[in-house]
Design a protein around this ligand. Structure first.
Ligand SMILES: Nc1nc2c(ncn2[C@@H]2O[C@H](COP(=O)(O)OP(=O)(O)OP(=O)(O)O)[C@@H](O)[C@H]2O)c(=O)[nH]1
Ligand SMILES: [Mg+2]
Length: 107
């Protein structure tokens, strides 16, 4: 799957083999963090409820193992992000891009 290959390529380029790194999935609410994390885990697109509490998943893509933290993007849960910054290998900041009809007309 393209997404898994793409993510694996990023991790491999950092030489992440056998290091069991901690990766935080950050971004505003509704950005797609939980969807992305579960697509990497199960290679399936599933609809999720907004994340209320931080969760973590042990993921493994081919030779690379890592612990992914999905912290939630709502204003209240964003307050706990800083509690997870210690010993982080990477931040995955997920953004949403809305291609609205207004943009379409402008261009
Ligand atoms: N079109 C499109 N929709 C997406 C994509 N990723 C997620 N979504 C949709 O965006 C909505 C929010 O996705 P989530 O993964 O729950 O977002 P989140 O960042 O975890 O949100 P919080 O848990 O509230 O912080 C859902 O309705 C998803 O189906 C994507 O790549 N494309
Ligand atoms: Mg979520």
């Amino acid at each position: 799957m393209f997404l898994v290959d793409w993510f694996y390529g990023i991790l491999a380029s950092f030489g992440l083999y056998q290091k069991e790194a901690k990766i935080l999935f950050l971004g505003l609410d509704n950005a797609g963090k939980t969807t992305l994390l579960h697509m990497l885990k199960d290679e399936r697109l599933v609809q999720h409820q907004p994340t209320q509490y931080p969760t973590s998943e042990d993921l493994s893509i081919r030779m690379i193992k890592f612990k992914a933290f999905d912290l939630g993007g709502h204003q209240i849960v964003r307050r706990v992000w800083k509690d997870y910054y210690a010993k982080v290998f990477a931040f995955m900041y997920v953004c949403i891009y809305i291609f609205s009809r207004r943009n379409q007309l402008k261009n």
